[in-house]
Design a binder for this molecule. Structure first.
Ligand code: ADP
Ligand code: MG
Length: 425
């Protein structure tokens, strides 16, 4: 007979000396349910997870996972019943990339047996399957773009997502998450919740999630909420029922409707990720940039004409170019530099054009682009000024052409430097 319950906790208690951290609690979580476990700091939520997952020995009581007693089982044995838990403080390998953090199995799960370890090295397709699975999980959590970042570079919110991803690698049937959104900026916290909701709906996984901010979790579409206070279960019900309950309102809100117990806001600014941030890039920006570029191209002997001449070998650009090679061979250093800058100027235009087209097509731009274009435009200004100083007959209108081309480049990094926050999209 298959149990209808993913988790059944009966008379569970955990005492630390005189402290009754968990004090005789009962609750159940049905298969496929998304349940919140909430309560003020120190009320025993993490200790409940620690005793269920076998990390701490329980003082008394019973926890059943899919109908199996966990009595006397070690954490990895409870894990093999289908239960995976995450910790309040994420533990990632900081000097490894995100994808590596996912594909390397946690201790006590795989590779314990030297024979299986050897078999796995003999079977690279197993590795490939694991990589494909990791990638799929990153897709589900919408974080493929950070796959190759080092875990140590991630923001708090990103680390939490990677930690959840790692928990999903073992394909758990029951997932216990300990405050996966604590310290995560609001919009990302919302999106983590939406991903979890989607996961429950689509895969039938059961999730029990700890969150200490009641106001937050009651808005986030969990099926049911279990409320703890001082080691006891205060009540369990739908978010609406919990919100309506006087007992809970008293425990949390001190009876007068004011929020005394909860921190006002658990949102802390996440560190800014340098480079690789994606930001929206509109078609209008692309068109504006290209228009500016086109404008610069119609200036005689400059821009497009130079570029075009360079590519086809058909304009006086090459003559000028050739003349300067001749000058340089006469030992004229300035003429040699002049040639270099003319070349640079001619090359910058197709590069900027390419970036504008690509970003318009993808509708996103990257900080890398902004940095590169910043550099490109800087060189363009210098080459423009120098060419103008050389007072070459081909470069009389160069400062204007340079300015136009630079303006096109500037369209690329209108909102550079990266806005604070550093989260993607
Ligand atoms: P929560 O996760 O709800 O914030 P915890 O389960 O971490 O609360 O803690 C519940 C109580 O148990 C607190 O008073 C805490 O100080 C105590 N406690 C937790 N772990 C230990 C431990 N290993 N040793 C002694 N006391 C502990
Ligand atoms: Mg805790």
């Amino acid at each position: 007979m298959m149990s209808e319950l993913a988790l059944k906790v009966t008379g569970l208690a955990k005492h630390f000396g005189g402290i009754k951290a968990v004090d005789d609690i009962d609750f159940e979580v049905k298969k496929g349910e998304f349940v919140g476990l909430i309560g003020p700091n120190g009320c025993g939520k993490s200790t409940t997870f620690n005793t269920i997952s076998g990390l701490l020995e329980k003082t008394s009581g019973e926890a059943e996972v899919f109908g199996n007693s966990t009595d006397g089982l070690a954490p990895h044995e409870i894990h093999s019943l289908g239960l995976t838990r995450t910790f309040q403080h994420t533990r990632l390998w900081k000097e490894m990339t995100v994808i590596e953090n996912l594909i390397i199995p946690p201790r006590n799960q795989l590779g314990d047996n030297p024979l299986t370890a050897i078999l796995h090295t003999l079977r690279p397709e197993h590795e490939k399957a694991r990589l494909a699975k990791a990638w799929k999980i990153l897709e589900t959590l919408e974080i493929t773009h950070i796959a190759h970042l080092l875990a140590g570079e991630l923001s708090g919110g990103q680390s939490k997502l990677v930690d959840i991803g790692r928990a999903l690698m073992g394909e758990p049937d029951l997932l216990l998450l300990d405050e996966p959104v604590a310290g995560v900026a609001g919009p990302l916290a919302d999106s983590i919740f939406e991903h979890l909701r989607k996961l429950v709906n689509e895969t039938g996984i059961t999730i029990l999630i700890i969150e200490h901010n009641m106001n937050f979790i009651l808005r986030k579409g969990v099926d049911r909420v279990i409320v703890m206070n001082e080691g006891k279960v205060l009540m369990s019900g739908t978010p609406d029922e919990v919100r309506a309950s006087e007992e809970v309102v008293k425990a949390y809100l001190g009876g007068d409707g004011e929020d005394h117990t909860l921190p006002e806001d658990d949102i802390e600014s996440t560190p800014t990720l340098r480079m690789r941030n994606k930001r929206p890039f509109s078609m209008n920006r692309g068109i504006a940039g290209i228009a500016l570029l086109l404008l610069s191209m119609f200036i005689p002997n400059l821009g497009w004409i130079s570029t075009h001449g360079l590519l086809t070998g058909s304009s006086d650009f090459l003559d000028t170019f050739g003349a300067h090679i001749f000058d340089a061979s006469m030992g004229d250093l300035w003429a040699g530099l002049h040639m270099v800058f003319l070349l640079l100027f001619a090359l910058s235009q197709p590069i900027i054009l390419y970036s504008l087209l690509r970003n318009s097509w993808r509708k996103t731009s990257l900080d890398d682009d902004a940095e590169n274009l910043l550099l490109m435009s800087g060189l363009l200004i210098i080459s423009g000024i120098l060419l103008w100083l050389f007072n070459d007959t081909t470069s009389n209108e160069l400062p204007f052409g340079a300015m136009m081309t630079m303006a096109a480049g500037a369209v690329m990094y209108l909102d550079y430097p990266p806005s604070k926050g550093g989260e993607e999209e």
